[in-house]
Design a protein around this ligand. Sequence first.
Ligand code: HEM
Length: 438
Amino acid sequence: MVIRFVSPLGDVEQRTRQQRGDELFIKIFFTPEGTANPSPLYRNLQDEVPVHVSGFGGALLTRYDDCRQLLRDNRFGAGDGMPDGSFGGADTPELALRRERQAKRIAEGSLSMLALDPPSHTRQRSLVSRAFTPRMIERLKPRIVDLTDRCLDDLAAAGTGDVMELLAKPLPVSVISDMLGVPDADWPEIRGRVSELVAVLEPNATLEQLQLAEAANDVLFDYFRALVATRRSDPRDDLISGLIAAADGDDRLTENEILAVSVLLFAAGAETTTNLIGNAVHQLLSHPDALNRLWADPSLVPSMVEEVLRHDSPVQLDARVCLEPATFAGLDFDEGDRVITLLGAANHDPAHFSNPDAFDITRFAATDRGNSPEPVMSFGSGIHYCLGASLARAEGQIVFERLLQRFDPIEPAGDRVYRNSLVLRGLLSCPIRVSSSR
Ligand code: HEM
């Protein structure tokens, strides 16, 4: 790693800053207190080492402006599939497996847009955007209501249960399955595979998790290959048929690209939305005043969802690789250097969000638009900005509109357990008790 400060620091100062930055990073991501409440640690990072050259092998950016600018800077990118799955870049069996799988994907042309740089990224994203349109998401909303109600029926029947198992986990996978045109009978199988698949997002995934994830990826590819074949001869009003038909002049998505995009939608859209729903329930149970206010004024639901996205960012960090020598935020980068943008910290930057550590469900309310804060960084920025952001927001809003309409009270019914994850912030379990609204 060759990242250097433009104005060189003394050796001692550099070492002290590196140690302090790494110490805070470890506290945020690897200690129970950091997982439960990272906000004060984000503040420490921003105050003491806002730009940090980490001993883990990369630069770490924590300020809103730095993160946003870096993600919009075309000297940094995804690296066209080069795996950045291990901090420090040490040669481990985990990294070897990632490299082997990425080499296979590059060879067979099955990289998804998330791993691509322009011009390949531009081409794939623009073709996918012809099928994955705002109109399609608008048309999907009544189905999201139905699917939410199915989950809430189970919760109502049980009276008490884990909201993660009954609602937050099944709903997003069902929505993506429905959108793609996967028959209902296959949803349970798909759901199981998707939860194995997302391990690839974790930089510190174990070899066993990665092997399971790759096996799940292969099963999903085979599943969608068969579905694509069926839809080619019998197109329907679903996203798979849309992806097959999407064309820009003579250019179309290849078969492997359609499969890669289908699997990407699950990998990028399922657990992230699960965490949005779970984190929102968690915050509302922790702030009964906010919950009461929502019952009194449901028009605050969209602002509450936005505040959860900001306060408890479901995706905590984005990673990029330097594509050409570049100076950024006081650092000199060489090609191949890695940089992480801490989206969770950017969303708590006091330069952009007043009183950033408060959970304020009115922060993004329409009435405050005149002096409303900056857009949240939760969906990234620049060319890889989340393709599913409006779908995720729609799901979040529908879930809480329906939940609040159907149940009063909603109460905690046991300990909430956080998931152990570096990239994703969310809960493993969240037991609640509900009664039907009078
Ligand atoms: C709360 C829920 C979600 C969060 C927090 C989230 C967050 C993100 C972030 C931070 C990125 C940028 C990654 C990067 O810059 O490297 C991203 C990309 C992406 N997301 Fe989401 N996402 C969510 C839901 C969804 C959903 C529901 C879908 C679709 C079903 C989706 C599809 C995608 C895709 C396809 C990309 C890649 C875009 C590209 O590379 O051009 N996401 N998401």
